[in-house]
Each structure stands twice: as structure tokens, then as C-alpha cells.
Design a protein around this ligand. Sequence first.
Ligand code: SF4
Ligand code: MG
Length: 320
Amino acid sequence: MSELVVVRDLKKYFKVRGSFSKTVKAVDGVSFEIREGETLGLVGESGCGKSTLGRVVIRLLEPTGGKVFFKGQDVAALKGEKLKQFRRQAQIVFQDPNTSLNPRMTILEILSEPLYEHNIPVDDPEDFITKQLESVGLGREHLYRYPHELSGGQKQRVAILRALLLNPSFVVLDEPTSSLDVSVQAQILNMLKDFQAQRKLSYLFISHDIGVVKYMSQRIAVMYLGKIVELGPSDAVFENPLHPYTKFLLSAVPVPDPKYARARKRLAIPGEPPSPINVPPGCRFHPRCPYATEKCRTGEPPVVEAEPGHFVACWLYSKG
Ligand code: SF4
Ligand code: MG
């Protein structure tokens, strides 16, 4: 599998409003790749920088530093027609369809918009959009409805369809089912998987729920306060989590088989996530980590490959 998206030392800092000196380091030196046809899951608590990272990767936000390469091209250098092509190829689905769909537009208008924007000729837009709606389990009867006349799940189906309409090769899915009922969630996740298989799509799947991320992803990246602290194949991260933070995240996942219930004790993550304005020195997880030593309070742990393809940034795994 070749790499579709390559991210190198990506940073996104924000100035805090009303303060000249304070900076939020929402994304602070992140590197990873997403392969063709692969889902990379990105998991972490809310406020850790996942959504900002997703937006910088598809250039909805300009990075403060670092690079994103898409099909080998430096995304920051794209202009004109090349940038337009990238916009077609790289799409995003947001968490809440109530804010991402224009309430004053009909479903037909919402879905026709990307076709006009990208000058894609369609003989009969009603017919074309109807066929597309059918692919997400909706139909002609929805064409002239407004978003508020649809259920939450139906709205998110429209939002997903809008992202897929231009045949992208890469989609950022930012908590696409977090606002939905559990039963609807599963349907939408399966639909996303089917689309991926049919179209060889690559996904960056963002969620705070590591169980959902496991279900969707071949590989998982765990994010904490602007940094990726662990990255590896889903099974390896689940069965052999290395970073203490990943262990906490996993301990909060309900275990369906009682045989394992005792082995995986629920561990509460101590303390609140510290503020990204005042990032702790050294390992930024140290104020909450039960294994923290003096070294952790002063030195930032390097990323090491603890087993093939399984990376971790924690002093417990560094020699020297
Ligand atoms: Fe804990 Fe130290 Fe590892 Fe950070 S580097 S996760 S503080 S053991
Ligand atoms: Mg978010």
C-alpha cells in the first residue's frame, strides 16, 4: 500500500484572544502517514487537538509549521487549479450536521452545490441526486426537504454524501457519529466502511471513543495535548497498549466477555487534561501518569519503534 497522505512535524498554534503572550499549541509536532485505502483512527480526549489536526491536514487551516504531502505534493504550495483538485480529492465530514448543513437550503440544493462549484456537468440534477441519495439509504422524497425535516441520522447521511459526491480519495471523518443514537451509529459506520471498500477511500477517522476507532481503523494514533503519544496497528494498540495514557483510554472501554472483565479493570484517568495553554514540561502526561519519574518531568520522551510498526513516546520504552 502506498502512502496517500504524509504529515511531517505539523504544528498549529493559536494566539489566545485578549492576550499578547499566550499561545495554544493545539497541534505540536505531529507526524504520520495514511495509506491508500486505509483508515487511520485518531483518538484522544476532547480538546487534545484532533479536530484542529484534521482541519490542518486538508488545509481548512494553515499550519504554523511542518508539512502535509498529498500524493507526494506539498499541500501548502498548491494554487489555482491544483488547489481546486486537492479540494475535490480531500473532503471532511463534521460531527454535527445541524451546523454543517445550511438550514435554508433543500437537500437538492445542498447536494448540487459541490457540482456547481467544481463545474461538473449533470444532465438531470434531480435524477442524479436521487440516485446518489439512494446510495445512502434516502430517496427522491427527500429532495425538497430541508435539514430540519430529517432525523439526525438522515442529516448525517446527507453530509457524508456531500463529501463523497465528488469522488474524493481522502476523507477526514471528525466524530461523524458522536451526535447520533447508538443504533444509528452502527448503521452509519457500516455505510462508511462499505463506501471505503467500494471506492478504495482513505479515511482519517477522529473520535474520542477508542472502541469505535478500533472498529473502523487498521491503525490507531493516540493523541494527547497536541502530540501523538502512540501509533500502531489497531490490534497491537488494543492488545498490547504501550503508553500509560492509551492504557487508561482502553480501561474505560466496556469488555463484552466476562472472562476478560477482571483482567481489564476500569482505571479512571486521574486529573483533568491540563490546559493546552500551559503545557507541562517534559512528558506532557506526567502530572497524570502513575509511572512518572524525575526524567519525565524535565525531558520530552522521543518517539521509539517498540515493535515493528508500533511507535510510542514514553521514557519507559527508551533506552538511555
Ligand atoms: Fe508516564 Fe514518563 Fe511515560 Fe510520560 S514518559 S507517559 S510520565 S512514564
Ligand atoms: Mg473535536
